[in-house]
Design a protein around this ligand. Structure first.
Ligand code: PSU
Length: 310
């Protein structure tokens, strides 16, 4: 992608601009996890720690958000601080990203919108916690995250910790298969379930090295296949919460969401917040550790992509 023909509303932080100019490894990071995924101040601590972890592993972090109509690729610490304290920031996905920019608004980018921005900025690796997917009851509600379609069309390798058990996991994997999205688990055969290492479902693909994941990304491009890859990185064993512990809390949170008629974009934030409360903060501690773990793997993949790119 040309680095010159970018619209003026896309801006880079000085650190990311320098890394782009030097062809260094860059890892994109989303911002909805900051505004809608965790409470303040843990969200700000997490965002700073994730950026440090990316740097400590040889890459440059690029947290992405829309601020006053500018699509920022890389945030200053001041911008990160103010976003972390804007819980009513818009939650931007493919459908609403352009309207927010055009209207001079401020919003956090979901996985889908972060992928779009990263691709425009020439970044191919992205670390997050969890992606959106097929929600339980989707056969009635039709609630399927735009993240899945984005993986089918935008060439980014997204590192997550698997799918949360707040989603219908078999249907999420089924849709990804239909869309032709490679789902690669790092280092084990079982597909991980975010807070837990094993979802009980087999992973469609397994690759054990960052170099192998980068090679698969390049090979898809060489084949002319559109879209990205989803890498599922199991939470470290020391930080996991067993599925038996999580499932009753997830079911309770889901029942409350149904009873209160929570819908569309509000479902994921509502469930995450209730599970945080029901687990007395344990889900949040695990969430932070798995994001850091994903930042490390994404940095390693980005380093492989940057040395092998040209
Ligand atoms: N899963 C998490 N934490 C999050 C999200 C998902 O563990 O913060 C966010 C991501 O930004 C993801 C979005 O892209 O929720 C999906 O929202 P929806 O289900 O409304 O598509």
């Amino acid at each position: 992608m040309s680095k010159t023909a970018l619209p003026e509303f896309i801006t880079f932080s000085p650190e990311v601009a320098a890394a782009r100019a030097a062809g260094e490894a860059i890892v994109a990071l989303e911002s909805t996890i900051i505004t809608h995924g965790m409470p303040y101040p843990q969200n700000l601590e997490m965002a700073r720690k994730v950026e440090s972890e990316v740097r400590a592993h040889g890459a440059v972090p690029a947290t992405i958000a829309v601020i006053d109509g500018a699509l920022k690729i890389g945030l200053t610490d001041h911008e990160l601080q103010s976003l972390a304290q804007t819980p009513d920031a818009l939650k931007l996905s493919r459908a609403d990203l352009a309207a927010c920019i055009a209207g001079g608004g401020t919003g956090a980018t979901t996985v889908a919108a972060t992928m779009i921005a990263a691709a425009r900025g020439g970044i191919s690796t992205f670390a997050t916690g969890g992606i959106g997917g097929v929600h339980k009851g989707a056969s009635e509600s039709f609630d399927i995250s735009a993240d899945l379609q984005e993986l089918a069309q935008t060439p980014i390798t997204v590192v997550c910790a698997g799918a949360k058990a707040i989603l219908d996991m078999p249907k999420t994997l089924e849709v990804l298969e239909t869309l032709g999205v490679p789902v690669i688990t790092y280092g084990q055969d079982a597909f991980p379930a975010f807070w837990s290492r094993d979802s009980g479902l087999p992973s469609p693909l397994r690759i054990d090295t960052a170099a192998g994941i980068a090679a698969a990304h390049r090979t898809r491009a060489a084949l002319g296949l559109p879209g990205g890859q989803l890498v599922a990185n199991p939470i470290p064993a020391a930080d996991e919460i067993p599925a038996q512990t999580m499932i009753p809390m997830i079911n309770a949170a889901q029942a409350e969401a149904d009873a209160q008629g929570i819908q569309a974009k509000s479902v994921t934030p509502f469930l995450l917040n209730r599970i945080f409360e029901l687990s007395q903060g344990r889900s949040l501690a695990a969430n932070i550790q798995l994001v850091l773990n994903n930042a490390r793997l994404a940095a390693a993949i980005a380093c492989e992509m940057s040395t092998a790119k040209q």
